[in-house]
Structures are given as C-alpha cells and as structure tokens.
Ligand binder design. Structure first.
Ligand code: CA2
Length: 142
C-alpha cells in the first residue's frame, strides 16, 4: 500500500516557534517518525511539504492511480482553499486530514475546514501522533 503524506505552508517551521501550540518536534524528526512507523507496518510512504497551494494541488492530482491514500495537513489552506477541496474530490483517493493543534478549540477562523467534507476522517489535536493515527486509519480501511 502506498501513502502520500502532504504538509502545507509553514509546517517546515515546526519546532522552531510556537512550541506551546505545535510542540517541540521538528519537521525532519516528524518525517523520520512517519517513515519509521510506515516501514514497521510494511507501507510505502512518500512525505512532501510545500508552502504553495498549486504545488499541493499538483501532488494531490499525482496521487490519482499512483497512491492508495493521502494524509494531509493543509496548514492555513485548511481554512481558505476550495482548490484543495476540489482536488481531493477529483482524485477520489481516500484522504485523512490531520491537524497538530485542536482547530475546533482555537480562533473562529480556524474552526472551518474547507477540506473536511472531502476527507474520510479528520484527526485534530493529537499532536504529531495524529499523522501516525491517520496512516493506521488508511491501512485499516484499504
Ligand atoms: O494544527 C495544525 O496542524 C494546523 O494545520 C497548523 C497550521 C495552522 O495554520 C492551522 O490553523 C492548524 C500552521 C502550520 C505551522 O505553523 C507554524 C507557526 C509557527 C511555528 C511553527 C509552525
């Protein structure tokens, strides 16, 4: 089974600032954790990060016929992007949305996710372990 893990804008800055909200783990150590988890489960994983909405759309489209599932933390595009919503709908690849922080308990503008309706699940507020839970969910469902 092949999983594509996508991280959106500013997630490459993890561990550098705002540790009270996003924790102390760096982006590199998060990716290592996901890769080790997937290896232990016999899953192929490809992890990518971009600050650009169009690049994320391109990668979601690439998942069509090339990946069995997507794990995505769209960063701030969560709260703005119809383009990412449409891309997930277009490819119909089972997708799990992940947020490190509990977006439902933060500012009002963060409580809206444009992507949620196209995803099979949303995992929010479980820190970086949420990515591993998302992988496990996809592995169970597929
Ligand atoms: O909780 C999450 O995972 C978010 O998707 C993270 C986004 C935020 O815009 C969403 O509302 C919730 C932010 C990405 C990382 O931002 C950083 C800011 C400062 C230092 C490090 C990362």
């Amino acid at each position: 089974m092949k999983i594509l893990v996508l991280n959106g804008p500013n997630l490459n800055m993890l561990g550098i600032r705002e540790p009270d909200i996003y924790g102390r783990e760096t982006y590199d150590s998060l990716i290592k954790k996901i890769e080790e988890h997937c290896k232990a489960k016999g899953l192929y994983v490809d992890c990518r990060q971009s600050n650009h909405e169009g690049t994320l759309v391109d990668w979601i489209q690439e998942a069509y016929r090339n990946f069995d599932g997507i794990v995505i933390n769209p960063g701030a595009y969560t709260h703005t992007s119809v383009a990412l919503l449409d891309a997930i709908k277009a490819v119909s690849v089972p997708t799990v949305e992940v947020h490190i922080s509990e977006i439902d308990k933060r500012e009002e503008f963060r409580q809206i996710s444009y992507l949620r309706p196209a995803c099979i699940a949303t995992i929010s507020g479980h820190g970086t372990d949420g990515y591993l839970e998302a992988v496990d969910l996809l592995a169970e469902k597929l």
